[in-house]
Design a protein around this ligand. Structure first.
Ligand code: AQP
Length: 334
């Protein structure tokens, strides 16, 4: 059975992008045919400054979002990264396998470090080695992610390949990215060339999973668009990134293809389309928002669930880490 791993950073409130690109698919991948391991990656979050109390709260909130989106902690392994020490240990081992030049080439590092990259944390540069450790600590074979994580996954494959080659073993799998569906890259509601992101300074750029119905409707009403009517097929949206984005969001929320959505709205303007989009968004997201709030009413229960998940995760990762140390010649006498 394929082993699936993925994670989300508690670096801010989660967005519609995180839901459509990740959470919704995490739930769908659960089942008899696969083993699913999902993680709130708090050690990734601290590569940029996090207020400690806020980080603890957001870690619980991210766990609540996983469960509200349908991730069942009995069926999947659900935990937060820092409670399973194998992630940090394996990341160090991978720091010795990965090359500095690989890290400098990562577009996420360039984006997040900005102009003054000398002043970025060393962790931000090494981020992809920790991500490779997250995945390979479980010898995971597939990772569902949004389009933005594709480059990091390629680096995970490079690390696995180099490790296997350097030590003459077939220890780590070459993990497949699962980037599927109409919303693998949800764009900002204010700028069709920018990814919808939890850390965008403009709250109007995103739909948060904690937004109420009025806020969702208002953000969609104010979303940037052009003035042309909608075409009958996606070919007609080629130079209209904002329109394309709203159609993709509708399609992903309604479990339809973008062409199916357009066939219903052909010839209509955004005055007609936006209220319909707001309606489907509220219908899909409000139950999730409500369930998240319910989970958040009992933080001790969330902590208990994450603790149990961490024990299950460690039981899988520890033997793989031990084997890795043996391969590398790190002495183990207990
Ligand atoms: N806009 C998006 N469209 C589709 N998928 C997305 N993901 C994130 N944004 C979009 C997917 O969500 C998962 C978790 O992402 P992450 O928490 O590791 O952080 P990120 O990719 O860096 O997302 P953000 O929201 O932009 O966070 P910040 O602002 O902190 O950098 C991943 O599978 C990601 O692809």
């Amino acid at each position: 059975t394929p082993r699936i791993f993925s994670g989300i950073q508690p670096s801010g409130g989660l967005t519609l992008g995180n839901y459509l690109g990740a959470l919704k698919r995490f739930a769908a991948l659960q089942g008899e045919q696969s083993e699913t391991i999902y993680c709130v990656v708090d050690m990734h979050a601290i590569t940029v400054w996090q207020d400690p109390e806020a980080l603890r709260m957001r870690t619980r909130e991210a766990a609540a979002a996983f469960m509200a989106s349908g991730v069942d902690p009995a069926q999947s392994v659900l935990f937060n990264q820092s409670q399973v020490t194998a992630h940090a240990e394996l990341a160090w081992l991978f720091n010795t396998v990965a090359r500095v030049g690989w890290m400098y080439r990562m577009t996420q590092f360039k984006d997040k470090a900005g102009k003054n990259s000398e002043n970025a944390s060393l962790g931000l540069l090494a981020y992809p080695a920790l991500m490779a450790a997250d995945i390979l600590a479980y010898q995971a074979t597939a990772v569902p992610v949004g389009e933005d994580q594709k480059q990091h996954l390629e680096l995970t494959r490079d690390i696995a390949t180099k490790f296997n080659h350097d030590y003459g073993v077939n220890h780590f799998p070459i993990t497949e990215p699962l980037i599927e569906g109409a919303a693998t890259r949800v764009m900002s509601l204010r700028d069709g060339s920018k990814k919808m992101s939890k850390s965008d300074p403009s709250d109007a750029s995103r739909i948060n999973l904690t937004d109420n119905a009025d806020a969702i409707a208002q953000k969609i009403r104010k979303a940037r668009t052009d003035a042309d009517p909608l075409p009958g097929t996606v070919e007609g949206l080629r130079d209209r990134p904002e329109a394309r984005n709203l159609i993709n969001i509708f399609a992903a929320l309604a479990d339809e293809s973008p062409d199916q959505v357009l066939s219903r709205f052909e010839g209509q303007g955004f005055g007609a389309f936006k209220p319909a989009l707001a309606e489907v968004a509220v219908a899909k997201l409000s139950p999730i928002t409500a369930k998240m709030a319910e989970f958040m009413d009992d933080p001790a229960e969330i902590d208990r669930i994450l603790g149990t998940g961490a024990e299950r995760a460690a039981a899988i990762a520890t033997p793989i880490l031990d084997r890795t140390k043996d391969i590398m010649g790190l002495l183990r006498s207990r």
